[in-house]
Design a protein around this ligand. Structure first.
Ligand SMILES: [Zn+2]
Ligand SMILES: [Zn+2]
Length: 154
């Protein structure tokens, strides 16, 4: 059985500091019953608007999240190697939304960046150092050389 739907996760994502907006979650799953276990496999896609964690520039990203979960009403059917993603459920009807939300939450990028070598904002003056350098750190001595400089002063 194919499961195809769109889920609005904006309420959940509003609680995440790096996420400024999101499109609907695009859910494409295939559900199969194999010897008492429902196997649900497929892919979730989520368009996200984020802020670069270093320079706060808005950026867009589409998360593609693999989804593989198993559900059963009979605990004795669960094999050890499947324990982690097999859920024992009381009801034959499973509400998928919490599992979708969990998969998305775990896949959210930790400290997203606009580019790998983003220089970020200067912690002292707030200048976006990707756009122009600031003078804050130029006069400061390299702390690793400080000991030596003191030595030469004597
Ligand atoms: Zn950046
Ligand atoms: Zn600065």
């Amino acid at each position: 059985m194919a499961i195809s739907m769109r889920v609005d996760l904006s309420n959940m994502l509003a609680g995440h500091q790096d996420v400024t907006g999101s499109g609907p979650l695009d859910v494409k799953l295939e559900a199969r019953g194999v010897s008492g276990i429902a196997r649900i496999d497929g892919e979730l896609k989520l368009p996200l608007q984020l802020l670069c964690s270093r320079c706060l520039t808005p950026l867009e990203e589409e998360l593609v999240i693999p989804f593989h979960e198993r559900f059963t009403q009979q605990a004795e059917l669960v094999r050890e190697e499947d324990e982690e993603n097999t859920h024992i459920v009381a009801d034959a009807k499973v509400e998928l939304t919490p599992y979708l939300e969990e998969a998305v939450w775990l896949a959210l990028p930790y400290a997203p960046v606009c580019r790998e070598d983003c220089l970020g904002l200067c912690p002292d003056c707030g200048t976006n150092r990707n756009e122009r350098p600031c003078a804050c750190h130029e006069q400061k001595r390299d702390p690793r050389l400080a000991g030596l400089a003191d030595f030469f002063k004597e």
